[in-house]
Design a protein around this ligand. Sequence first.
Ligand code: TTP
Ligand code: MG
Length: 367
Amino acid sequence: MNDRIVIAVDLDYFFAQCEEVRRPELSGKPVVVCVFSGRTEESGAVSTSNYVARKLGVKSGMPIVTAKRMLKTNPDAVFLPVDHEYYRAVSEKIMQTLRTFSEVFEQVSVDEAFLDVSSITKGNYEIAHDIGRKIKAQIVETEKLTCSVGIAKNKLLAKMATDFRKPDGLTIIQPDEVQGFMNPLPVGKLPGVGPKTEQRMKALGIETIGDLALFDQELLAREFGRNLGPNLATLAQGVDNEPVQEREQEQLSRIITLKRDATKFDFQSEIRPLATDISLKLGSLKSKCRVIGIIVITSDLKTKSRALTLDTPTDSENQILALSSDLFRTYFETEQGNITARRVGIRVSNFASSEVESKNPNLSDFF
Ligand code: TTP
Ligand code: MG
């Protein structure tokens, strides 16, 4: 495992950068992407923000009112609602691009992926560096987005390398640089050490990752448990044998915005394109779904869902359409005009393979 080379890619201020791309006039202004809860005009939390807003103190997760207060004196500040559908579409295109760089691929989240390039680089970090540069250039060229890239001998170190220089960074940790890179970092920078664990570590005199790597194993196990304690110490030494491997997709959804908010709508004609899309995607995944569900986003931005489980898994467009329209019909009948829908969608989950023989997960093409 020692001669692996892993590349981690993390898109910079992803949701906010997507907004800048489709509205170039936002560039240079503080941009805050918000999850409005809909209770009052300003209730909700910050999803993410661009680096202009971050410099002024805005952070993911903070209440929107706090962010507004921080940017009060800045007339250019822009607050936008999250648009997951758009970010997911951008993400899917980027993930497709990344897959062309290595067959050994793992998407971790909407904006983060790992590539194992051990075999294509034959262990040569110069070649890996070149791949890192090409990845960055290609994402800028095709999607106008910057990302940060980390290159190291495992996923843990590659991920930490992406966080080291952001935005638009490219950081390489050569095998002989691991301790020099890790040891001085505050222990909270180690994935798995959240604010609470960090506080408990500080109480034990552990300030840096280097302190943790050298700390008495027995004491760690006593303080953090027989599993977590030794595990943290191993991570602090930069050891991580987790392979880069395709994750199973757990669900698939498609959502549309209705032409106007409605208490009911023509289910069949409106949602047919969603059923078609989902059925095609299931086909390309060589999967069938056991659970079919509907999503209703109300005009006050609350999300409602209903689902049913099938005896036999399906990938049939007609069946997905028929069952989801039934769910919509029943839902809106039960609500008797009390719910006004703004967006509606179909979500399927609990996948079963539609192939008899299992295929190499690293070669599947499910995005
Ligand atoms: P991150 O990669 O953690 O953050 P980021 O891409 O916005 O910024 P960075 O440059 O530091 O990578 O998360 C990816 C997206 O996930 C982010 O754009 C918005 C969303 N997100 C939330 O909705 N809430 C959160 O608390 C965080 C951390 C992220
Ligand atoms: Mg990111």
